[in-house]
Design a protein around this ligand. Structure first.
Ligand code: AKB
Length: 334
């Protein structure tokens, strides 16, 4: 990343490399705080502006700039971009699948209007915009196994509809206006330090807390619901690789995957460390509302394009991820 600092007729133009200045929205969510930390490590604390609509902890505030940013307010966002001379935006503000399904009107506003504000700002101020999509952008008619990047996409959840809309709008702005828009379809993300916020894949985090604290977990998905998942640090690594790739990539949106498992397979892996752990599942006659959401999503993704185009490769599979989650949560309890 470099900016031109001088260009007159007498002396040759010189370029002084400087770090990009990055704005992260939704930075207090499951993914935001880890990404902010990594970007600050790479570019310096003052070059990464964290934002949210909630108050940050003293600990988080101590690490660098933090501003209030309501993604539905275009002029507020524009002021931040101008005042802080932002180059790149990572847009994480969104309602996840389960909460979106409970409040579709709010999901439409936040997920679509909030994103549209960012996209428009990216056009006007020549920003690089990274905003993740999701496995939720696929639907029940999508091929379930090894789902490719390009396939049938007819999501039947409000979350999926908003995310697919954003994929297409980002692609349109890239083609039409040259906006450097980048996106990856995230699977469910597992993390020990930050809680997920209202998704269908949240069971895969809750299970660890319950296993350690109570020895039992009452799962809201059926035991054979297979979904793609990933450990948080891998997601941050993949996001940084994608975000920082020096030139626009051949595709606007990439599948990003690491591992796929069912609740039963996850529980069996946990039992290897906690032999007394037990799990129960819903009565098939009375499924939780999130079962229908999960059933409409793929069981595994083909992410070979991300591996080829920006070198994506995960570090964590089921075994080492389970061990790490248990160790970290055990340390919190002690
Ligand atoms: C959710 O469950 O809603 C999210 C996602 C897969 O996008 N974790």
């Amino acid at each position: 990343f470099s900016i031109s600092t001088a260009n007159n007729n007498k002396s040759p133009s010189t370029t002084t490399p400087r770090h990009p200045r990055v704005l992260v929205t939704g930075s207090l969510g499951q993914l935001g705080s880890g990404l902010v930390k990594e970007l600050r490590r790479m570019y310096g604390n003052d070059n990464v502006v964290a934002s949210d609509i909630r108050k940050a902890s003293d600990e988080f505030m101590a690490t660098g700039p933090f501003v209030y940013a309501d993604v539905m307010n275009y002029s507020m966002l524009e002021r931040i971009v101008v005042d802080w001379r932002i180059d790149w935006v990572v847009h994480y503000s969104a309602l996840l699948s389960a909460v979106a399904e409970k409040n579709p009107t709010l999901a439409l506003s936040v997920n679509i209007n909030g994103f549209q504000n960012m996209l428009e700002l990216a056009k006007v101020h020549r920003l690089r915009l990274y905003s993740p999509s999701t496995i939720g952008a696929f639907g029940p008619s999508t091929p379930k196994d090894n789902t490719p990047d390009l396939t049938i996409m007819r999501p039947n959840t409000i979350y999926g509809i908003t995310k697919l809309h954003n994929e297409l709008m980002g692609e349109y702005y890239r083609e039409k206006f040259g906006v450097d828009f980048r996106s990856a379809r995230y699977p469910g993300i597992l993390s020990a330090d930050t809680a997920p916020g209202g998704g269908t894949t949240d069971y895969a985090v809750d299970i660890f807390h319950h296993a350690i604290r109570h020895g039992h977990y009452d799962c809201f998905l059926s035991k054979d619901t297979r979904l793609p998942m990933m450990y948080l640090s891998d997601c941050i690594k993949g996001t940084v690789e994608h975000l920082t790739y020096p030139t626009p990539l051949p595709q606007t949106v990439y599948n990003l995957a690491a591992v796929s498992f069912t609740p039963e397979e996850l529980a069996n892996e946990i039992k290897k460390h906690l032999p007394n752990f037990t799990i129960s599942y819903p009565d098939p006659a009375r499924p939780d509302f999130r079962q229908a959401i999960a059933d409409s999503w793929p069981g595994s993704l083909d992410d070979s394009k991300a591996r080829k185009d920006f070198g994506w490769k995960e570090e964590y599979g089921l075994e080492n991820m389970v061990k790490l989650m248990l160790d970290k949560i055990q340390a919190q309890v002690n």
